[in-house]
Design a protein. Structure first.
Length: 549
C-alpha cells in the first residue's frame, strides 16, 4: 500500500474547477483578489464583505479555498471566524483556510492562532505570490486528502494506517502525518503507544507539538504531575503555544486548584485577548468558584467582541446577567438583557432571555415585568430545552417563589446529565438562600437515584427475559431524558435485543436508530456505540436484512 504513495512527481495543480470564497471588508481588496484569481483561470469566486454574508455563502456550497482577512472592520476578526467554523464543523478539513493580514500585524495574528489556518498570506501580495501559495497548499491538501476524510468521519484506526503509509515513505509531509497520527492514538486511548510515539518523535528533534502530545498522553495515563512539569517547560520555551496553557489549566481544575487554573488562562488571554473560547472558559471556571467579578470581566469582552456578529451566543448573555445580578449591578443587568432581546430573534433564544428577565426584574423590584416574563419562560416543557435555558428558568422560578416548579425542572436537568460536576456546582450556587448546599445535595442525590433505579429495574427485566418491558421502560426514559447517554444507549440496546428475540419490527428498528444517532451526535466515541452496532448487525443478519437499514 505504501508504494502507491511513492511517486516523487506531484501531478500539476489545476485551478479551473476550484471554488473560492473571499472575505474582506474592503471592496477594493475583494475586487483585486477576484481579478488575481481570474488571471489564474479561477472563475468560481464569491465575494463577502461581512461574516454574515460569508456564512450565507458557506451554507449553500462547499469551497476548496477560503481567503479571509484578519481585520474585518467590525468586532469579529478572522481568527474568531475560523474558530467558529472549525468548532461547529461548518467546513470540512478538505477546505483550505488562508488568513490574510498586513505585515505589521503578523505577530499579533500568529500569537492569537491556537486554532491554526492552513497558511498566512501577507499584504501586499502579487498574483504570482498567490499562485505559488495556492499550488503549494493544494498539493499538500491533495496528499493528505484521504486522512482528512477519515478525520471528518472519526475513523481513528484508518487515520493511523493512512499516516503510517506517509511516514513510511518519508516524504515532505511526514511530519504532518506524525502530528495527525499522535492525535489519533490519543483519541483511541492508546496511551502507552502514544507515549512511545511522542518520545520517538522527540528523539528526531525538539518539536513543541510532540512535547505537547506527550503531556496530553501523560495526563491521560493518570500522571498529572509529570504532565504539569512538562507543560511548564513548554510554556517557558514556547510562551506563545497557547494550547499548553489550556491543558495546564485543565490539569489544575481537575486537581482542585481553580485559582491556579484561572491565573494560567488569564496569562494566555494576555497573549491572545480576543480568544472567545478561552474567555468563556475563564467565565465558566470563575462562576464555579463564585468569582463573579471575573465572570463579568471575561464575558464583557466576549459580548463586545461578538457585537453585531453571527457568532453571538445567548449563553454568554445568560452568564453575564447572572454574574451582574450576583454583584448587585441590576441596572447593568437590565441593559445587557435589553441588548440581548434586540439581537436574538429565535424563539429558543427569546425563551432564555425571558427567564433571565424574570429573575432580574424581580430582584430590581419590577414585579409585574417579572411575572409576565416568567409566564413566557414556562410555556415549554423543560425536557425539550437546552440545559442553559432550563437552568435559567429554574433560577427564575426560585427567585419568584415557585419552588415546586424549580425543583421539577432541576430534577429533569440533573437526570439528563447526572455525572456533571459543573452542573452540580451551578445548582449549589443557585440554592443560596433557598436551602443552601444541603438542599442542593438532597435534590441531586434523589434525582440521580431515580434514574439509577429505573435503569437497574430495566436491566432486571431484561435478565429475566422480559425484553419487551425493558425496552418499553427505557424508551420512555430516553424520550424524557434525551441527553442522558447511558439511558439513551441502553434504550437502543434493549430495543435491538427485543427484536433479536421476538422478531423484526420496522418501527422499533427506526426508534433504535434514532437513539443510536442521538448518542453519536453527542459523543461519537461513547463506548456503548460499538455494542449497539454489533447487536444491530446481529439483528440484520438473523432476519436477512441489509445492514444499512
Amino acid at each position: 500500500m505504501a508504494n502507491s504513495f511513492s511517486s516523487t512527481h506531484a501531478a500539476p495543480i489545476s485551478f479551473t474547477d476550484r471554488k473560492i470564497l473571499v472575505l474582506d471588508d474592503m471592496p477594493d481588496m475583494r475586487t483585486t483578489m477576484r481579478n488575481q484569481m481570474q488571471a489564474l483561470g479561477i472563475t468560481n469566486v464569491n465575494l463577502a464583505g461581512t461574516v454574515k454574508e460569508a456564512l450565507n455563502f458557506i451554507s449553500q456550497r462547499t469551497y476548496d479555498v477560503i481567503l479571509c482577512d484578519y481585520y474585518l472592520g467590525g468586532n469579529t476578526d478572522g481568527q474568531q471566524f475560523l474558530e467558529y467554523l472549525r468548532n461547529t464543523n461548518t467546513i470540512s478539513r478538505a477546505t483550505l483556510f488562508i488568513m490574510i493580514t498586513a505585515e505589521t500585524g503578523f505577530n499579533s495574528v500568529i500569537t492569537a492562532a491556537e486554532c491554526l489556518p492552513d497558511d498566512y498570506l501577507l499584504k501586499p501580495f502579487t498574483g504570482e505570490t498567490l499562485k505559488i501559495r495556492l499550488e503549494k497548499l493544494l498539493e499538500r491538501k491533495s496528499r493528505l486528502a484521504a486522512i482528512d476524510r477519515l478525520q471528518d468521519a472519526g475513523d481513528w484506526q484508518g487515520i493511523i494506517h493512512a499516516c503510517d503509509d506517509i511516514i513510511f515513505c518519508k516524504d515532505k509531509y511526514m511530519i504532518d502525518a506524525m502530528r495527525i497520527k499522535g492525535n489519533a492514538l490519543l483519541m483511541m486511548n492508546h496511551i502507552n503507544e502514544a507515549i512511545m510515539f511522542y518520545q520517538d518523535a522527540l528523539k528526531m528533534r525538539d518539536m513543541p507539538w510532540a512535547k505537547l502530545g506527550l503531556a496530553k498522553a501523560l495526563k491521560s495515563k493518570g500522571q498529572p504531575e509529570q504532565s504539569e512539569h512538562l507543560l511548564e517547560d513548554i510554556i517557558k520555551e514556547n510562551p506563545k503555544l497557547l494550547a499548553a496553557y489550556d491543558l495546564l489549566g485543565k490539569i489544575h481544575i481537575e486537581t482542585g486548584n481553580s485559582e491556579k487554573a484561572l491565573v494560567v488562562l488569564e496569562n494566555a488571554c494576555k497573549i491572545a485577548p480576543h480568544s472567545l473560547a478561552r474567555q468563556r472558559s475563564i467565565a465558566n471556571l470563575a462562576e464555579e468558584t463564585g468569582d463573579f467579578s471575573r465572570v463579568d470581566k471575561a464575558l464583557s469582552v466576549v459580548v463586545k467582541q461578538t457585537k453585531n456578529s453571527p457568532l453571538r451566543d445567548t449563553r454568554d448573555f445568560a452568564k453575564l446577567t447572572n454574574a451582574l445580578n450576583e454583584l448587585g449591578e441590576l441596572e447593568r443587568s437590565v441593559g445587557v438583557l435589553k441588548e440581548a432581546r434586540e439581537n436574538f430573534k429565535e424563539p429558543s433564544d427569546l425563551l432564555l432571555v425571558a427567564a433571565l428577565e424574570a429573575t432580574t426584574h424581580k430582584k430590581a423590584g419590577h414585579h409585574d415585568l417579572a411575572k409576565k416574563a416568567l409566564q413566557q419562560a414556562l410555556e415549554y416543557s423543560p425536557e425539550k430545552l437546552p440545559e442553559a435555558t432550563s437552568m435559567a428558568i429554574a433560577q427564575a422560578c426560585l427567585t419568584n417563589g415557585k419552588e415546586f416548579e424549580a425543583m421539577e425542572i432541576l430534577r429533569s436537568v440533573v437526570q439528563n446529565n447526572p455525572d456533571s460536576h459543573r452542573l452540580h456546582t451551578q445548582i449549589a450556587i443557585m440554592f443560596k438562600g433557598h436551602g443552601g448546599n444541603e438542599a442542593a445535595k438532597e435534590l441531586i442525590e434523589r434525582s440521580v437515584k431515580e434514574v439509577v433505579n429505573l435503569n437497574n429495574d430495566a436491566v432486571k427485566k431484561a435478565k429475566s427475559g422480559d425484553y419487551t418491558e425493558a425496552a418499553h421502560m427505557l424508551t420512555e426514559a430516553a424520550l424524557r431524558l434525551p441527553n442522558n447517554l447511558q439511558i439513551v444507549s441502553n434504550a437502543a440496546l434493549s430495543i435491538l435485543m427485543d427484536m433479536f428475540v421476538h422478531g423484526f419490527d420496522p418501527a422499533k428498528a427506526n426508534q433504535a436508530r434514532i437513539f443510536q444517532d442521538a448518542v453519536t451526535k453527542q459523543n461519537k466515541h461513547y463506548p456503548k456505540l460499538t455494542e449497539i452496532a454489533s447487536l444491530q448487525s446481529k439483528v440484520h443478519h438473523k432476519y436477512n436484512m441489509d445492514s444499512t437499514g
